[in-house]
Design a protein around this ligand. Structure first.
Ligand code: HPA
Length: 283
């Protein structure tokens, strides 16, 4: 009997539902952004619950399914919803979905999130492209894997060529796209005003509860990574910010219109030929 890893088994199921070509670019859709997948032509849609090792999407604003299809002549996968560290206490919660995307050919990953801002120039309603992060959670998805640790460089974790391409796409679409440093807090509480003052002092522009563990896992898997934020609010205490989940979802929904345009423009801008560097994470 063949023994498959959860990602291999999930990839087999996805192929058996009609995927007959390689995925090129994958998107993880953050809070309130699930509708971006509506841009796909004749998508194959599979609930996470049908795929081994995929997380349960428990948080409102996250649909919990994968949609795969063509957009702008490119084979795209949208993960409509993610699981967060704060739901499971497990920073590897998105490992199997990312491994599955790699098994299906994906070479580029665009992560999206809703974030709070502590930079007055990146205000609610803005999109931003993340250029670097500060991992303030104290967690790392590679912790405790055993074996020889992977002392992976995090220089250029957000691929500079993808950032450039994203900014070119924003220009073409007439969208303002500032660069931002994102600080990862574990959640699930929003930050305190004192924490937000600290984040700003340490060089963060945005704060949020996702994305960073996925970037670390994705880089380890050899994926090229870009990450986009929708700024849904000023962070706690900054410019009177006092975030709520409902407010974040509403603002994300509004911002998703511009994000849809940005993604279309991104897919239309020419890709340089990437080599695929694939490394497996030992467990
Ligand atoms: N903090 C953390 N996560 C968030 C915020 C915030 O202010 N807004 C949206 N997601």
């Amino acid at each position: 009997m063949d023994v498959y890893s959860p990602a291999e088994a999930a990839a087999k199921i996805i192929k058996s539902r009609g995927l007959d070509r390689e995925i090129e670019v994958a998107f993880v859709l953050g809070t309130g952004l699930g509708s971006l997948a509506e841009a796909l032509e004749n998508p194959i849609i599979i609930p996470f619950s049908d795929l081994p090792g995929f997380p349960k999407a428990n948080v409102s604003g996250h649909i919990g399914q994968i949609a795969i299809g063509m957009q702008e002549g490119t084979c795209i996968a949208y993960l409509q919803g993610r699981s967060h560290y704060y739901e499971t206490g497990d920073a590897t919660t998105m490992r199997v979905p990312l491994e599955t995307l790699v098994a299906l050919g994906a070479h580029t990953l665009v992560l999206t999130n809703a974030a709070g801002s502590c930079n007055k120039d990146i205000y609610p309603g803005c999109l931003a492209t993340i250029t670097d992060h500060i991992n303030f959670s104290g967690r790392n998805p590679l912790l405790g894997l055993g074996g020889e640790p992977n002392f992976m460089s995090m220089v250029d974790a957000y691929e500079p060529r993808l950032i450039k391409r994203m900014k070119r796409a924003a220009l073409n679409a007439g969208i303002n796209l500032p660069e931002a440093i994102y600080m990862w807090f574990s959640g699930p509480t929003f930050e305190t005003p004192a924490e937000v003052r600290m984040a700003k002092t340490l060089g963060a522009d945005l704060v949020g509860m996702s994305t960073v563990p996925e970037v670390i896992l994705a880089r380890t898997l050899g994926l090229r990574v870009a990450a986009l934020s929708i700024v849904t609010n000023f962070a706690a205490g900054f410019s009177n910010g006092n975030p709520t989940h409902t407010g974040s979802k509403d603002m994300a929904l509004q911002g998703s219109v511009a994000l849809k345009r940005l993604i279309r423009a991104f897919l239309k801008t020419k890709e340089e030929a990437w080599g695929i560097r694939q490394v497996t994470i030992s467990s």
